[in-house]
Structure formats: C-alpha cells, structure tokens
Design a protein around this ligand. Sequence first.
Ligand SMILES: Nc1ncnc2c1ncn2[C@@H]1O[C@H](COP(=O)(O)OP(=O)(O)O)[C@@H](O)[C@H]1O
Ligand SMILES: [Mg+2]
Length: 387
Amino acid sequence: MLEILAVSGYRSLRDLTLPLARLNVVTGANGSGKSSLYRALRLLADTARGRLVSSLAREGGIQSTLWAGPEQIGRAVRAGSHPVQGLVRKRSVHLRLGFGAADLSYAVDLGFPPPGLSTSAFLLDPAIKRECVWSGPLFRPSALLVDRHGPGLRAVDDSGAWRVIPTPIADFESMMTEFSDPRAAPEMISVRRKLQSWRFYDCLRTDVEAPCRRPQVGTHTPILADDGADIAAALQTILEIGDEAGLARAVDDAFPGAAIEIETRDGWFELSMRQHGLLRPLKAAELSDGTLRYLMLVAALLTPRPPELLALDEPEASLHPDLIPALARLIAAAAQRSQIVVVTHCRELADLLVSEPDSRAIELTKDFGETRLAGEAFRPRWEWPKR
Ligand SMILES: Nc1ncnc2c1ncn2[C@@H]1O[C@H](COP(=O)(O)OP(=O)(O)O)[C@@H](O)[C@H]1O
Ligand SMILES: [Mg+2]
C-alpha cells in the first residue's frame, strides 16, 4: 500500500507530498489540481508499462506538463509587488514522481536532454535522469536497492554489495521496462508488477454510440476495460468466478428488486436488466446512462482480480443522487481489497467515504497557481534522490 505520494514540477503540482490511507478522497474547487494528481498517479503506472514518454507527449510534451510557475514563489511575488512573469529559471527543470510504501518505494526524475548536445530530432522527448527503488518509505542512500543514473544501472545483490548491470538504458526509457532479469533486480520486478496492476477509470462510456450498448464477443474478463465496453463479459466473469452474491447485492442496493442477466448467443454477450414493474428485461441499449454507469462501476469494483491501487475520477458523474449511498458502499467494500483513490465533486459521496475506517480526505486548493493540501494537513517527510 502507498503511504506517501510525491509529485514535483508536474502541471500545478509544484511540490506536493501527500500521506495516503487505504481509501483516499480527493476534493477541491475546479482548477485546484485534482485531475493533475490523478494523472500523476497514472504517469507512475505508465512507467511500468513503457508508456511514460508517450503519455507525456499526449499531454502536449514535457514543456507543457512541467510546472509553469517560478522555482520559488518569493515574498515580493506573494505580496503582489513583483510580477511573476519575467522571473527566469536558474536551475535545471525536473518532473519528479514517486511513492513511499512500507516495503518498497520508487521515484523517477525526468528532464530535458541538454540543449545543443542533442543530435536527435526528438527534441520534446524528456530524458529519465534517475530512477530508484529503495526499502521503506523514506529515501536514504543506504536504503537503495536498485539505482539507475542516466544510462547506468546497478542493483544490490544478496550479499549487500552493488553490482553493475551491463545493459545501457536509453534516456527515454524506464529501467522498469528495459531491464527484466528477475535475479539481478528482484525488487524492481516486484515494484513493476505492482505498478502494472494499478487501474484507472475515468472514461467509462455510456452515450448512445457506446460499445457497451451493443452485443460483444464474450471472453473471460476479470478486468473491465477502461471504457466499459466489455461490461457484459466482465459481469458474467464475476457471476462465474467472482463474488456472485456481492454482485446481486450491489444491483439490488441501487435498484431494489432488479437483477442483471447476461444473454449469450453463439459466444456473443449482451447485458440486460430485469426491473421491478417491467414485463421484460431491458437491454443495454435501452438502459439509462446512470444505470449503465452504475453497473460499470459495479463490474470495475467487484473485479475478481483486485489491483494494488484503483483510481476513479468523478465516479458520480451522471448518477442519480439516490444511487450515491450505494456507490459509497461499493467503493468502501472495494477498499478492503485494493487501495482506492477517488476524485469527486460530490459532497455526499465524499462525506460517506471519509466516514469509513482507514480513509483520508485530501482537499486541494490553489495558492499562487500552485496546488496545495488545504488546511495545515500533516506533510510526510520525503526526500528526492539527487541527480
Ligand atoms: N504546466 C502547468 N504549470 C502550472 N499550472 C498548470 C500547468 N498546466 C495546467 N496548470 C493548471 O493546473 C490547474 C489544475 O488543473 P486540474 O488538475 O485540471 O484541476 P481540477 O481537476 O482540480 O479541476 C489548472 O488551473 C491549470 O490551469
Ligand atoms: Mg478535473
């Protein structure tokens, strides 16, 4: 479980260190940095999938994702007697992401390739300067286990001595995907496996053209797709190898008397729902946006393969307010199996979730363009590995 999330230099997250609990509820006004926090988590997961650089490129390149404010927000700027524009960066730019956990922790530090030295056409590609895996939540050189410095990689072996791993790594690639000998760096493989299990749901589709509304070829689906397209197969998988009773309860909790049915024909699956007062079940194409979305969240949260971490961005979108308590119960139950991060605008959902045991309210505010934790919340100790 992550105990600390640390982000520096990414969009409005100039320097944010958050303590995390089992169930984390992120709230804040528009523009306070909630989506940036969510995306920072996804970028961490992307390192283990070999997609860090391409994900940054999709966001407009590292220049547009780097903190656009000054390195330090001085007293004169705060008082308004000195304009921010015109301040010049003196230090090299960093985009740093990391997490601390009781067992193994990780951090990555990205920057630009040195200007003038690059003979490559890929001028907007960031370079990975340093990546480290260490034991315990707080970085100390003595706790290091795997250490990538530029192209060089080394790991601590069984006897506690450093061993250089003679595979140079390209500066746009993470050690996570470039090096995979489990004997030489078992801790890195362990961190990578956890990161690869992280799951994100922020683009569930329920519009009239959404693929989930049409029959789909059904295969065992323990993990619902990002857009929810394979909802029928995912629900059928829960019925066959997962928490069948939990699924029936979650549906009945939101729609008393209702039950889902998966119709199968020649290997094609289609979701339908039997509802109280209707003569025939309604097919996915006929269900309301909110009903379909709730069923997708049920499929995502009751997954028979719970991830280490599951992040949801505004799960309440298009749900009827009556469904919020049922959604909160579903999320709280999922927190028994996975660590959860929920970004929400819904006060009721946030209040219900933070009343759960081992939960934490993370309220973000913006101060001179910089995202901060509201109130004088506890800021955990955190050290970045140096370049
Ligand atoms: N490179 C950047 N440097 C500084 N601030 C940025 C950068 N990119 C975007 N922002 C600002 O970050 C803020 C947070 O955005 P976002 O995370 O989408 O907020 P929320 O999801 O809370 O509405 C926005 O106000 C945006 O203008
Ligand atoms: Mg947002």
